[in-house]
Design a protein around this ligand. Structure first.
Ligand code: NAD
Ligand code: UDP
Ligand code: UDP
Length: 331
């Protein structure tokens, strides 16, 4: 595989920064684009000065003229706290962002990858979720800016594929965790670990019987690269996630045990439209990409706990500052 110049939008975010690391390690030149809404310089500071790495501060809702060989489109806030902070901007990021990046790919005649989401299935009536399931999504609720934005982006990707013969790669990502998650973005893995390490109560929403399936970031990034480098006829959508399914209560108990924390469990109201269950069917990814996750939850949690332990003990870090971007502003 020859060396390419690859654009990663949302490259300073949790997943984007791991993808930049991987593409550089594979010998490519990386153009990392981010508006730093939820991303952080900390995630990519180790790459600044790398001869094949370039950072662009830019918002994908505006046109972009660069010359690249491939595009990974990840720009979009991903946690409910972040995407509900400015819901109109969230929809614009998914929809206008997709149009601009597809327009760019059309001009360059290059492959483009879309980071779609299991949220396109909404509160699913089919379990586990297969790619041919059309979903059960509320179009007007508080999660809709994200869910419907991502659904519309998928529509655009498939219309550019049919209408302009663009080579597209659409991944439906299920809950992913690992180092560089925001300590205060409200997602369950980061919340529970931070609460456990600080000795604060572990906040279970509802009765904790709802389920999620958690994929470790390294496994997911391997899936991204396998999908992007797959034959042209493979467009997706393809689910990428770990089929290991856990209740939220089980996750809380595992986190307490692994951190040795004495935190108590507290029960809070379930947020609106919170899906009751979620588990990917990854038959398509296994058959078409020969991909499956390898890192079990316990092992991935160990790496993630170590990361947060270091982060919380670093008093100078930017997350603690109330004025340093979105993550710093969230209580
Ligand atoms: P993240 O918030 O850490 O990363 C998103 C990045 O996009 C941030 O760096 C942010 O600053 C940037 N961004 C947001 N709006 C932008 C805009 N208008 N212009 C330019 N940059 C912008 O989230 P993440 O978990 O790394 O998610 C990355 C992608 O993967 C997102 O598209 C998300 O929807 C998708 N995804 C993630 C998960 C998961 O579990 N982490 C699950 C499903 C889908
Ligand atoms: N676009 C871009 N960079 C490019 C080419 C296009 O940002 O190199 C944007 C441009 O702003 C346009 C969008 O992508 O609005 C869609 O482009 P397309 O060519 O599909 O549509 P058109 O320009 O005909 O509206
Ligand atoms: N959740 C919880 N406590 C928290 C944060 C989240 O019980 O502190 C629950 C949340 O209600 C949901 C699940 O954990 O049922 C996963 O939430 P997350 O926001 O991580 O992801 P998503 O809902 O988008 O899958």
């Amino acid at each position: 595989m020859g060396s390419k110049t690859i654009l990663v939008t949302g490259g300073a975010g949790f997943l984007g920064s791991h993808l930049c690391d991987r593409l550089l390690a594979d010998g490519h030149d990386v153009l990392c684009l981010d508006n730093f809404f939820t991303g952080a310089k900390r995630n990519i500071e180790h790459l600044i000065g790398h001869p094949r790495f370039e950072l662009i501060r830019h918002d994908v809702t505006f046109p972009l003229y660069v010359e690249v060989d491939e595009i990974y489109n990840l720009a979009c806030p991903a946690s409910p706290i972040h995407y509900q902070h400015d819901p109109v901007q969230t929809t614009k990021t998914s929809v206008h962002g997709a149009i601009n990046m597809l327009g760019l790919a059309k001009r360059l005649k290059c492959r483009i990858f879309q980071a779609s989401t299991s949220e396109v299935y909404g509160d699913p009536a089919v379990h586990p979720q297969t790619e041919d399931y059309w979903g059960n999504v509320n179009p007007i609720g508080s999660r809709s800016c994200y869910d419907e934005g991502k659904r519309c982006a998928e529509t655009l990707f498939f219309d550019y594929n049919r209408q302009h013969k663009l080579e597209i790669k659409v991944a439906r990502i299920f809950n992913t965790y690992g180092p560089r998650m925001h300590p205060n973005d409200g997602r369950v893995v980061s919340n529970f670990i931070v609460q456990a390490l600080k000795g604060d109560p572990i906040s279970i929403y509802g009765d904790g019987s709802q389920t999620r399936s958690f994929c470790y970031v390294d496994d997911l990034i391997e899936g991204f690269v396998k999908l992007m480098t797959s034959p042209a006829g493979i467009t997706g959508p393809i689910n990428l996630g770990n089929p290991g399914e856990f209740t939220i209560r089980e996750l809380a108990e595992m986190t307490l045990e692994m951190t040795g924390s004495k935190s108590k469990l507290v029960f809070r109201p379930l947020p609106e439209d919170d899906p009751k269950q979620r588990q990917p069917s990854i038959t398509r990814a296994r058959d078409l990409l020969d991909w499956h996750p390898e890192i079990p939850l316990r092992e991935g949690l160990r790496h993630t706990i170590n990361y947060f332990d270091l982060l919380l003990s670093d008093r100078s870090n930017e997350w603690q500052s109330p004025s340093s971007g979105m993550a710093g502003r969230v209580a």
